[in-house]
Design a protein around this ligand. Structure first.
Ligand SMILES: [Zn+2]
Length: 478
């Protein structure tokens, strides 16, 4: 039987998820994620795709996060005309996130071209390098893809609910199961039939954390012939959730006494909705009726609406008439720039949730400019901050930050709350794999080396599992 998978992304790293599956004469791309993490790595997004585009019969996505879906508009721009399979809510979130990603690529290209034009003006007076390389470095670049490209690819999405069989190419059945990571996130099960035989591949996608406030725990499967499992937190154990709630209670109490504002840089999908849910749940405990809460991000507002529309997919009731939580009375969604700018006038009593999550851009910059130098203000970091981001520098305790060419001394208190992760920890990962009854061959993806090695060791010790760390371009028979 010809059923193979080749690894092309998210091997020994976290982003750029991409796998190519051959089932009989057909080729399927599983995930089409953007490579993230610094200029040099991100340049690789422009490389040709690992298989000729006219050979691809179907694309399957596990969830909407950009490191899993963010190269789909590029694939379509380069000529892919086939179907893109995603869970219903994933399709809804991609409709919000991919055009935004296109817009960011347009802005990035504009910024880079401006820089190159300036450099070019200088180079005309003093030229030192060889002409060719100098020319390459100064030539105008195109955006990776545009907002219009992203909008165009959405028509090729085919959505499927959880737990339903869809034959995506002859003999190959796709089934999505709830991965509990973000809205619509799926474990991807692919079952291939050929000549009276069948083999099953399971890809975990990103798995959720068992105590996550909004999402359900990831579905456990019992059988597979090969498993790909994420390993982001393969070397870590999350602290008990009750401790995280206590920490947050302390932060809000201290902030209230200080009479300043609280800024929360938030990731649009997942973390923001978790936070809003927890705010409703702990409304009294956190003294939130003394604050005005602003969700200052049009995209996060859209994503929150999608969570409300698809609330049947998870256990918690978020907002709306069916909500079993107290409404956030003093909650304000600020879509327009004018509404956002009006927040600048508030010096005390505002909790401002704004993107981007790692402070790399977005409206949070404006709020940092107005608040970070004030000792009565608080900055609450609730998500992972990658190296090289402003968020990371703030977590590491920089004394000064630079925004729009001006320096601001950091006098606000910075709090880091680590327990709100949307990813499974080591215990969750071990338990999830442990549910398979046949101890299938396991390949670790989506993790940094240290996390993968730690997890590999544990899996071997606990299950005697045939586990390995997936290598770039490695091919496996399923
Ligand atoms: Zn994810």
């Amino acid at each position: 039987m010809n059923f193979q998978l080749q690894f092309f992304g998210a091997t020994e790293q976290v982003t750029g998820s991409l796998y190519v599956i051959r089932a009989g004469n057909h080729t399927i791309m599983l995930e089409c994620g953007l490579i993230q993490g610094g200029r040099k790595a991100e340049k690789r997004n422009r490389d040709p795709f690992p298989v000729p585009i006219d050979e691809i019969d179907a694309v399957v996505l596990s969830h909407a996060h950009i490191d899993h879906s963010g190269r789909v508009p590029l694939l379509v721009r380069r000529g892919y005309e086939g179907p893109i399979y995603a869970q219903n809510a994933t399709r809804a979130l991609c409709k919000i996130m991919l055009p935004d990603s296109g817009y960011i690529h347009e802005k990035d290209a504009q910024w880079e071209n401006k820089k190159r034009a300036k450099r070019g003006a200088k180079k005309n007076t003093s030229s030192s390098r060889t002409e060719k390389s100098a020319k390459d470095e100064l030539a105008e670049i195109e955006p990776l893809y545009t907002k219009a490209d992203a909008e165009a690819c959405l028509t090729q999405f085919e959505s499927a609910p959880y737990e339903e069989d869809v034959e995506i190419v002859p003999g190959l059945t796709l089934r999505f199961h709830d991965a509990g990571h973000i809205l619509g996130s799926a474990i991807v099960e692919l079952e291939y039939h050929e000549g009276g035989e069948s083999r099953t591949l399971v890809f975990s996608g990103d798995l959720g954390y068992r105590d996550a406030p909004v999402m359900e725990a990831p579905k456990r499967l019992r059988h597979a012939n090969a498993v790909l499992m994420e390993s982001t937190y393969g070397d870590r154990l999350h602290r008990p959730f009750a401790e995280t709630i206590e920490e947050l209670t302390d932060v809000f109490n201290v902030a209230r006494a200080a009479k300043g504002n609280v800024l929360i840089p938030a990731f649009t999908v997942g973390r923001t909705q978790d936070l809003l849910y927890l705010m409703a749940e702990h409304y009294e405990e956190w003294g939130l009726r003394h604050w005005h809460i602003f969700l200052d991000s049009p995209m996060a507002i859209e994503a929150t609406n999608a969570y409300s529309r698809y609330r049947h997919l998870y256990g918690a009731k978020l907002f709306g008439p069916e909500s079993n939580l107290p409404a956030l009375d003093n909650f304000h969604e600020t879509r327009s720039t004018e509404e956002s700018m009006a927040i600048n006038q508030i010096h005390s009593g505002a909790i401002i949730i704004a993107g981007s999550g790692m402070c790399n851009g977005g409206r949070i910059h404006h709020h940092l400019r107005n608040n970070i130098w004030r000792p009565e203000c608080h900055l609450l970091i609730v998500g992972y901050q990658a190296h090289g981001t402003l968020g990371r520098r703030l977590v590491d305790g920089v004394e000064e930050i630079r925004l729009w060419g001006e320096n601001y001394t950091v006098r606000a208190t910075v709090h880091t709350i680590g327990g709100l992760s949307a990813h499974a920890d080591q215990t969750d990962l071990l338990d999830w794999y442990g549910a398979f009854e046949n101890t299938p061959p396991l390949y670790l993806v989506h993790g940094e080396e240290r996390a993968q090695q730690a997890l590999e060791k544990k899996l071997k010790a606990r299950f005697d599992a045939p586990v390995s760390i997936a290598a770039y371009q490695q091919t496996i028979e399923i």
